[in-house]
Design a protein around this ligand. Structure first.
Ligand SMILES: Nc1ncnc2c1ncn2[C@@H]1O[C@H](COP(=O)(O)OP(=O)(O)OP(=O)(O)O)[C@@H](O)[C@H]1O
Ligand SMILES: [Mg+2]
Length: 244
């Protein structure tokens, strides 16, 4: 019931539209003085609209680097990131940030909340930037959905790690993205809350074709994905299929 309401809410103003994500021969080389770290090499991946892909790999394998490139938060050393036909590596910073704000939701590995704003204000912020109507009510409903109805006016420092992560999820969903990127989304959540969050995202994925690319170490979360992709030595490998 809650999930159905949530979907109604998210689809009220704007229909989700589909995105194909195409990563072509991505390289990311970090240079610090003489030291070069090749975080990604020849990384290629195609994600169909509405797919749910789990990215796994050991610590330092390049998972966060990959999400940063998909979200346009960092530029590859070579290669392309094409979302719905647009190569975001060729956009200027302004157009890339508008594209990101309106099309992509990102939940970071370390939460990215603004410390002096309440949970409610943090969720309202991207809606206000995009000039959406009624941000306050929509933000309150999103926070209710992630189980934080009683925490609307708490600042990040007054919330637990798991609560902050749930606020970050509400922030990421605020502008009804068609592509959601999440880095260790459920890492700080107990298994019951993690299940609830995954149920919500699973429902948005199934009903509205929200494309999900999720980095996780959690086998139960990864098993929910349509496909699992592992990063090792900077390259990407398809793992065994989870459910179809
Ligand atoms: N800004 C940076 N400058 C230099 N090296 C970096 C930078 N960011 C990441 N790296 C290096 O690139 C590699 C990939 O890092 P990344 O953060 O993508 O790993 P990860 O798979 O997300 O790891 P974890 O599971 O620990 O979060 C690591 O060797 C890391 O040390
Ligand atoms: Mg990481």
């Amino acid at each position: 019931m809650q999930v159905a309401l949530f979907c109604d809410l998210l689809c009220l103003e704007r229909q989700y539209f589909m995105e194909t994500l195409l990563l072509q021969n991505l390289y990311k080389i970090y240079k610090e003085g003489e030291i070069e770290t090749v975080a990604l090499r020849e990384a290629s991946l195609k994600v169909q609209p509405g797919e749910f892909v789990a990215i796994t790999g050991r610590s330092g394998a390049g998972k966060s680097t990959l999400l940063n490139l998909i979200g346009g938060l960092a530029m590859p050393s070579a290669g392309q990131v094409v979302i719905n036909g647009s190569d975001i590596t060729r956009m200027d910073e302004y157009h890339r940030s508008v594209f990101r704000r309106e099309r992509i939701g990102i939940v970071y590995q370390m939460d990215n909340l603004i410390p002096f704003l309440s949970a409610l204000e943090n969720v309202m912020l991207p809606m206000q930037a995009a000039k959406r109507t009624d941000p306050k009510n929509r933000a309150a409903q999103l926070l209710d959905e992630v189980g934080l109805k009683e925490r609307l006016h708490h600042k990040p420092a007054q919330l637990s790690g798991g609560e902050r992560q749930r606020v970050a999820i509400a922030v990421a969903l605020a502008n009804e993205p068609s592509l959601l990127l999440a880095d260790e989304l459920t890492g700080e959540l107990d298994s019951q809350t993690a299940d609830k969050v995954m149920d919500t995202l699973g429902s948005l994925n199934a009903t509205h074709k929200l494309t999900l690319v999720i980095v996780t170490h959690n086998k139960t979360v990864a098993a929910r994905a349509h496909r699992q992709v592992t990063i090792a030595d900077g390259k990407m490998f398809e793992s065994e299929a989870a459910h179809a």
